[in-house]
Design a protein around this ligand. Structure first.
Ligand SMILES: Nc1ncnc2c1ncn2[C@@H]1O[C@H](COP(=O)(O)OP(=O)(O)OP(=O)(O)O)[C@@H](O)[C@H]1O
Ligand SMILES: [Mg+2]
Length: 452
């Protein structure tokens, strides 16, 4: 069942049940109060009659008293204990009310009976007759008029219930449409996205703060993110295939050269083997780096451990020092800083920064460890070529290299810093860069301390 129909049906059913309950209550309350007030009126009259019968001073016979109190449309009678009416006076003799069956009871009682298609209210009070016997004084009144108005009310309520139910049915349809409209819009947009493979956003007409608008805004935010990550991925795939194409072209051309001359000329054979070997190595390095970038983040999160990072940095520097032409200095004040990190990724990040400092400078390198109340910072400073200001924002992009020819000579693929950035983010941290062309660069890894 469609949401629209569900909303319509449920509101209609609930409101109709409420309407019927309210109208039925009104009907019964009205019926009870009108009959009770009529009963009270008759009871008062019978009390009056009973008082007069017992009033010896007036010296009136029961017959006379009853005659004096005739009802506008009814019957007053005295019923003996054998259920027989002794005295009775009816107003309209043509309507033979006297035939209404009389019934004696020791206690006062009220009753509503129907006789010849008319409704009667009976109020019966036990009194002591002139002769000393206990009898019932009964007032029987035709209450057709009362029942007519009760009936009228019943039909008014029935008709209003029917008309209001129809109005509810129609308006709840609009309500259903109104509520489900943004959802249908969402579905339509999703359908278009599915069909066209585009990243369309939902139109938000008014910036109200209801849940449906919030849902549309969340959807738009999600689509924007998806679009961005899709673009990034596309960019990455094209960059990566471009990067892999160069070594493959080199290998291909050397193979062709070998096929033509290689068998006879040993110097070509050697050159080709060297070139193919180095290009193959470059491709191997490139694919390893790419795989690193695609590594599952959840695995890294689960493998994090609390480690003292000071000896870890020291050890990494010592190991790298062997292959470095210049000295790496490590300046620190503390010997103990415990952080929750993924050890292998953390070391890899250090190696990336130190490797760059080595590749792009010809001087000593400084590593500094700084601690504040909230953060731990690791600075890697070199006095090398530096990075032009306009390029500083891009060095963290995948496969970006400032000077392609120079980087190619140094064997870079342009993936190092993007991997480093990602590792920093996986530790809720970030990397900042300060650099001036020809003066050197300082890369600073800032990690939040709360993760300790
Ligand atoms: N310390 C530095 N000094 C000067 N330039 C740098 C420095 N570090 C990085 N760069 C520039 O930023 C670019 C991107 O660095 P990144 O480490 O991502 O790639 P790469 O070093 O070229 O290759 P690899 O993937 O092997 O690290 C480099 O090509 C280089 O031009
Ligand atoms: Mg690098």
């Amino acid at each position: 069942m469609k949401l629209r129909t569900r909303i319509q049906l449920s509101t209609t059913v609930v409101l109709i049940i409420l309407l019927i309950t309210a109208n039925t209550s009104i009907y019964f309350i009205f019926k009870n109060t009108t009959i009770t007030s009529e009963q009270n009126r008759l009871t008062n009259i019978s009390n009056e009659i009973s008082k007069k019968i017992h009033d010896k001073e007036q010296n009136l016979s029961v017959q006379q008293i009853l005659e004096a109190h005739t009802l506008s449309d009814g019957l007053i009678r005295v019923v003996a204990s054998n259920n027989e009416a002794i005295d009775q006076f009816s107003t309209k003799t043509d309507k033979d009310y006297r035939k209404i069956v009389s019934k004696y009871d020791d206690d006062q009682f009220e009753d509503v009976i129907s006789y010849k298609e008319s409704m009667f209210l009976i109020v019966s009070v036990p009194i002591i007759h002139e002769n000393g016997a206990v009898v019932n004084l009964q007032l029987v009144e035709n209450i057709d008029l009362l029942f007519n108005s009760i009936n009228d009310l019943k039909w008014v309520l029935v008709y209003t219930t029917i008309i209001v139910s129809m109005i509810i049915f129609v308006t709840s349809r609009f309500l259903g449409q109104f509520i489900s409209l943004p959802i249908y819009r969402l579905i339509k947009t999703m359908d278009i996205i599915e069909e066209e493979g585009s990243f369309k956003q939902i139109l938000i007409a008014k910036h109200t703060k209801d849940e449906l608008n919030e849902m549309a805004m969340t959807f738009n935010r999600m689509i924007k993110k998806l679009e961005k990550s899709y673009e990034k991925q596309e960019q990455f795939v094209s960059d990566a295939s471009h990067e892999l194409k160069t070594p493959l072209t080199v290998i291909d051309s050397y193979i062709k050269l070998l096929q033509r001359w290689g068998k006879d000329r040993s110097e070509i054979l050697e050159e080709a083997i060297d070139a193919i070997g180095s290009e193959a190595n470059r491709m191997k390095y490139l694919t390893e780096q790419l795989l690193q970038l695609a590594r599952n983040e959840e695995v890294i999160e689960n493998e994090k451990e609390t480690v003292n990072i000071v000896p870890l940095i020291e050890g990494t520097i010592q190991r790298l020092q062997q292959t470095f032409q210049y000295t790496i200095y490590f300046n620190r004040e503390q010997s103990d800083i415990h952080m929750k990190i993924h050890e292998q990724s953390f070391i890899q990040l250090l190696v990336i920064l130190l490797d760059n400092a080595k590749k792009y400078s010809e001087d000593d390198i400084d590593v500094e460890l700084k601690e504040t109340d909230e953060t731990v910072s690791i600075l890697v400073k070199d006095k090398g070529v530096g990075i032009p200001l306009e390029m500083q924002a891009h060095v963290f992009d995948r496969l970006y290299r400032v000077d392609k020819t120079r980087s190619r000579e140094t064997g870079g693929s342009g993936l190092g810093l993007s991997i480093a950035k990602r590792i920093a983010e996986q530790h809720e941290g970030h990397i900042t860069l300060e650099s001036a062309e020809g003066e050197g660069s300082t890369f600073t890894l800032v990690l939040p301390k709360k993760k300790v």
